[in-house]
Structure formats: C-alpha cells, structure tokens
Design a protein. Structure first.
Length: 381
C-alpha cells in the first residue's frame, strides 16, 4: 500500500473537562496554540499521518488531534484512541520492580544472576563460590549495564527493520532468545561506568519480575498499576496482534531508503518482538494519569521514588534515572516522563515535578520527525 502521507491535516478538536467536543478556535486552544501549531507542522511539513494529544493542567483537560487516523477511511484521530506505546512500557516495569524492592523481596544492587541463574549471562554475570556477581538490577533499570541493545543485532535488523518485516511480523519471540543476541556480545563498557540505552535491559527486568513473584510481568503490571489507577485503555498484549478497543491505524515506511518510500499499514503485528521493553498499548488519557501518579508518589514510597529520580546524563536533552527521564527544556522548565517508538507509533508523556501540568502525545507513524517539538511547545508556551 503506497499512500499519501497527509490527509485531513487541518482537523483539530478540543475536549473540555465536561467531555464536550467543539471545533477548534483560538479561544478553544488558548494556552495550547503553540502545541497545535507543532502538531500541524508534523503532519503538513514532516509528513506524519496524524497526531493526538491530551493535556491536563490548571485550566482543565485539552485534547487535540490533527491529520488522519486511517488513510483509507479518512478517519480522524479521536480522543481516547488506543495505540502502541513502545518504550513507554519501561516506566511501568520499573515501577513494579521498585515496588518489589520496597517490599523487601529484592535489592536494587542484587546481581541479575541471583534471580536468573539459568540464563547464560556470559560476561555480564555468574556465580562464584555460591555467590552471584555481575550486572545489577539497578544497572538494568538505569541503562548503565553495558549490555548491547538486541535491536542492533544485524540479523534482527535485516528481518524487522526493513521491508522484510512484512514477512516476519507474525513471528513469536521469547525474551531469552532475544536477550541471547546481546549476551553473547562483549560489554559496551564496564557495568556502572557509562550509559547506553538498551532494550535488552528491560527484557531482563521482565524476567526478573517473573522470577521474584512467580507471575508474569504482565500480571504484576496489571495488578499493581493498571487496576489501582483504573487504566482501562492500557493492556499488555503478549503475542496478540490486535489493538483492542477504539483505535485508528498505524503506519511505517519500514526504514526503507529513498526520498519517498512506500507507507505501510503495520497496525497488526506480534509485539513479542518488543516484550517487556515495549509491548504495551494505552491511550493519552491513561498515560497522563499514570505518569502524574508515578511522579507525585501515588505508586512508590518516597525512598523508591527518590531512587527512580536519581539521574545521570543520557544525551543532549535528557538525564535518565531508573525507568524515568528528566528533561530540562530550553525555556528552563524541567519535566519527567518517557518517550517510546515501535513500528507505526511514536509516543511521549511528560509532567512537571508537581504533576500539575501533564501532557501525552502520539504520532501514528514512525518516520516523520519526533515528539521533542511537541513537548517543548506545550511546556514552554
């Protein structure tokens, strides 16, 4: 399917705290005009299919959308649409592991080998004299383990980050086999000495949660986070290719080279390729609720939240803690949250430290720009 990249590019909606939907106007967008402009630019200039946003601040709830949620049906993106959130899965997993630490069921400085003794950790851990050693749980959560990212494996990239994805999209993966692609490679650096984002870390976090609790990480996330917060749009699909509930379509160029590669519908895929590092589905509404609850201490005791918010320099824009990023914007505002990308979907959710201003964004495409401009427009307006 080779489709035009921008349809319905002018549609913007607003949802107030009463749930009333009205047409966009300068009055309706008051306080979010720059955000609306940044959303439209992603569609009209960068070629994104569509953008969806929800903001909650002192003025109430604002929901904006632009572009299309479905090229064929010319359906707009709708408030409460569900979508794949990619690496925004990580703070959910980190929350569960930190809750387990608060209950005394593990320590952050436990070696991974203590909880995964049967996994071939290679240079990253083992047991000597009956004592486990090597990479720690803290280093997994904070991306300081030195373990390479399994998604950089050349064979995997050839099959899943190219048009060949279309013939592999239904394949079921296990975290053990995916992690093995990294654990057989030498460390990027001695554990704890540097920072490098690695999805492999969170595959191992998911496995540790299962080892500690005897339940799947999906069950623990549901029982400890989704149900208490009533996040009814949020799910962990496992190997199911469906997005349940109300949703549009998700699109990808499958990283094909050239100026105008074909755009493919990748809404249906087996998310076990991402697993604990990025399989989850949610909505802007749920993500706003989650990150606000997390940052304001509703999900973690003070000591564990302080651990999560202890950061180190990650890149030009962010510092990274334990499953949570700290970003200081050019206007001087500091926000907390996470970004995530998976085939066909790009997501970001951030909040101010006191939780009074929270925003979630989703682009139903994975090739056009990023969410940095959206976040800056909203929090620096």
């Amino acid at each position: 399917m080779h489709l035009p990249r921008a349809l319905l590019s002018g549609l913007i909606t607003l949802v107030t705290v009463t749930g009333l939907a009205v047409s966009s106007s300068s009055a309706a967008d008051r306080g979010h005009a720059r955000t609306r402009e940044a959303m439209e630019a992603l569609v009209e200039q960068d070629g994104a299919p569509g953008v969806l946003a929800q903001v909650e601040d002192g003025a109430g709830v604002w929901v904006g959308s632009t572009g299309t949620g479905d090229y064929r049906r010319e359906r707009p993106r709708l408030a409460h649409d569900r979508f794949r959130i990619g690496s925004v899965t990580k703070p959910f997993l980190a929350t569960v592991l930190l809750q387990l630490e608060s209950e005394g069921r593990l320590r952050l400085d436990d070696p991974v080998a203590r909880w995964l003794p049967g996994l071939r950790l290679g240079a990253y851990g083992g047991t000597t004299g009956g004592r486990a050693h090597g990479v720690t749980l803290r280093q997994l959560l904070g991306h300081t383990s030195g373990i390479p990212d399994y998604t950089t494996d050349p064979a995997l990239r050839a099959d899943y980050f190219s048009p060949r994805f279309l013939t592999h999209r239904w394949t079921t993966h296990t975290p053990e086999r995916l992690a093995a692609r990294s654990l057989s490679r030498p460390p990027l650096f001695p554990p704890g000495t540097d920072w490098s984002y690695s999805n492999t870390n969170y595959l191992l976090v998911g496995m540790v949660i299962e080892s500690v609790t005897g339940h799947s990480y999906a069950t623990e996330v549901e029982n400890r986070v989704l149900r208490p917060l009533r996040l009814r749009d949020t799910s962990l699909p496992g190997t199911s290719s469906r997005i349940p509930g109300q949703h549009g379509r998700e699109y990808s160029t499958l990283f094909a080279p050239g100026a105008d590669p074909p755009v493919r519908d990748v809404t249906s895929l087996n998310p076990s390729l991402a697993g604990a590092s990025g399989e989850m589905i949610s909505s802007d509404r749920d993500l706003v609720r989650f990150v606000r609850a997390l940052v304001t201490g509703e999900l973690l005791p003070p000591r564990q939240l302080a651990e999560m918010r202890t950061t180190r320099r990650a890149d030009a824009t962010d510092r990274y803690g334990l499953g949570l990023a700290e970003r200081t914007l050019p206007c001087g505002v500091t926000i907390w949250g996470h970004d995530g990308t998976i085939h066909g979907s790009t997501t970001a959710v951030f909040t101010t430290p006191d939780g009074t201003h929270t925003a979630a964004f989703n682009v139903n495409g994975d090739w056009s720009g990023d969410t940095l401009g959206l976040v800056e427009a909203e929090f620096c307006d």
